[in-house]
Design a protein around this ligand. Structure first.
Ligand code: ADP
Length: 367
C-alpha cells in the first residue's frame, strides 16, 4: 500500500523558471491520479520530484508518512514508465524485463516467475526472445510496462506513456492500462497532456497551468463543474463554447446578452448571477447542450437563438455544426441525422440549465 502526500511543493530551475508553484495534493492508496495540462505547465517536473529524479526547491513529499525529499530514487520503491520506453536495444524482451531484478540480485527462479507473470498480464509471451527493434511501438510500450510490473513497486509513475503511439494504438493501450490498474491494485500517478486520457483513466484529475493546480477532482466534477474558465476550456472535446457578453436584469428576470442574441438565465441561477447584473461576463455552453430547434419540443424565445450554419461536419455517430452569431463562432454537437442548410440562418436551442458563467476579471466560475 502507498499513499503520497505532496505539500507546498515548488520547483525553481536554474535561471529562475518556476516550473511548479506550491502544489498540494494527497494521492490515496490505490488511487489513479492523473496530472493533466498544456505543455510546460509543470506536470513532468512534479512527477520527477516524486520519483526522486529532480531536486525539490520547496515543500515536502511523503510516501506512507515518510519524508522522502532526500531519499534517492532507487530507494523510493517506485517504478516509472516514460514516453520513450527507454529499453536497452541490445537486450531481448526477457532481458530488458529481468534487468532491474538481476541488479537487485533476485534468485533466477523468482526473476523467471515474475517476468512470466508480467508477460502473461500484458499478452507478450511470444515476444520474449525479440529485441526492441523487432517490436512495434505498442509492443515496446508493453515491455516498458512489464519492466515496471516485475518490480512490484508501491507506486507507478507514468510520464506520457502513450504519446509516441498512433491514435488507434493509443486508445487500445489506454484500455490496457485501465485493466492493468484493476489487476495490480497499486497507486498510480499518470502525466498526460491529453484530456481524454485524463478523464477516462483518472479516479481523480489534477489540472495544472503555469505550475499551479487549477482544480483537483473526479472526472465528472471537472467536466460538469469546472473551477474556472481555463479548466472549462481545457477539458472537453470539442472545447466548450465561450462568449463574452453582459448579464442584464429586466422585470426581475435575468438574461445573458451577447450582442446578437439574448437568452434567459434559469431561475435556479438567479442568486449567483444577481451580483453580476449589468456587468460583463464570459458565458460558456458545451457543444452537446445546443440543439437544432427542429428536433426539440422545449424551444421558447427564452432559450432560442439564431445563427448562421457555416459548416456541417458529419462524423458518423454525430454531426458537428460550425455556427456564427455574427459576433461569436461556436460549435453544436447534434444527432447523426441533422443536416441543416449551409450558409443559412438556423434556430438553435440552448439547454440553459447546463450553461456556465465566468467572472471576467478573475476567470473563476460563477456557476
Ligand atoms: P510539462 O511536463 O507540463 O510539459 P515540465 O514540467 O516539463 O512541463 O516543464 C515545466 C517548465 O519548466 C517549463 O517552462 C519548462 O521549460 C521548464 N523546465 C523543464 N525542465 C527544465 C530544466 N531542466 N531546466 C530549466 N527549465 C526546465
Amino acid at each position: 500500500m502507498a499513499q503520497i502526500q505532496i505539500q507546498n511543493l515548488s520547483k525553481v530551475y536554474k535561471g529562475g523558471v518556476k516550473a511548479v508553484d506550491n502544489v498540494n495534493v494527497e494521492v490515496k492508496d490505490k488511487e489513479f491520479m492523473v496530472l493533466v495540462g498544456p505543455s510546460g505547465c509543470g506536470k513532468s517536473t512534479t512527477l520527477r520530484m516524486v520519483a526522486g529524479l529532480e531536486d525539490i526547491s520547496e515543500g515536502k513529499i511523503m510516501i506512507n508518512d515518510r519524508l522522502v525529499n532526500d531519499v534517492p530514487a532507487k530507494d523510493r520503491d517506485i517504478a516509472m514508465v516514460f514516453q520513450n520506453y527507454a529499453l536497452y536495444p541490445h537486450m531481448t524482451v526477457f532481458e530488458n524485463m529481468a534487468f532491474g531484478l538481476k541488479l537487485k540480485k533476485y534468485p533466477k527462479q523468482e526473476i523467471e516467475r515474475r517476468v512470466h507473470e508480467a508477460t502473461e498480464i500484458l499478452g507478450i509471451n511470444r515476444l520474449i526472445g525479440r529485441r526492441p527493434r523487432q517490436l512495434s511501438g505498442g509492443e515496446r510500450q508493453r515491455v516498458a510496462l512489464g519492466r515496471a510490473i516485475v518490480r512490484k513497486p508501491k507506486v507507478f509513475l507514468f510520464d506520457e506513456p502513450l504519446s509516441n503511439l498512433d491514435a488507434k494504438m493509443r486508445v487500445q493501450m489506454r484500455t490496457e492500462i485501465h485493466k492493468l490498474r484493476l489487476r495490480l491494485q497499486t497507486t498510480f500517478i499518470y502525466v498526460t497532456h491529453d484530456q481524454t486520457e485524463a478523464l477516462t483513466l483518472g479516479d481523480r484529475v489534477m489540472v495544472m497551468k503555469d505550475g499551479k493546480v487549477q482544480q483537483c477532482a473526479d472526472p465528472m466534477t471537472i467536466y460538469d463543474k469546472p473551477a474556472n474558465k481555463f479548466v472549462a476550456g481545457f477539458i472537453g472535446s470539442p472545447p466548450i463554447n465561450l462568449m463574452e457578453g453582459r448579464i442584464i436584469k429586466k422585470e426581475r428576470k435575468y438574461y445573458f446578452d451577447e450582442g446578437k442574441f439574448k437568452v434567459r438565465i434559469v431561475d435556479e441561477m438567479r442568486k449567483v448571477v444577481a451580483p453580476y447584473a449589468g456587468k460583463e461576463v464570459t458565458f460558456g455552453i458545451r457543444a452537446e447542450d445546443i440543439y437544432d430547434k427542429l428536433f426539440v419540443s422545449e424551444a421558447s424565445p427564452d432559450n432560442t437563438i439564431r445563427a448562421v450554419c457555416e459548416v456541417v461536419e458529419p462524423l458518423g455517430s454525430e454531426v458537428y455544426l460550425y455556427l456564427n452569431t455574427g459576433k461569436n463562432s461556436f460549435i453544436a454537437r447534434v444527432g447523426a441525422h441533422n443536416r441543416p442548410d449551409v450558409n443559412r440562418d438556423m434556430d438553435l436551442v440552448f439547454d440553459m440549465s447546463k450553461v456556465h458563467f465566468f467572472d471576467r476579471d478573475t476567470e473563476k466560475t460563477i456557476i
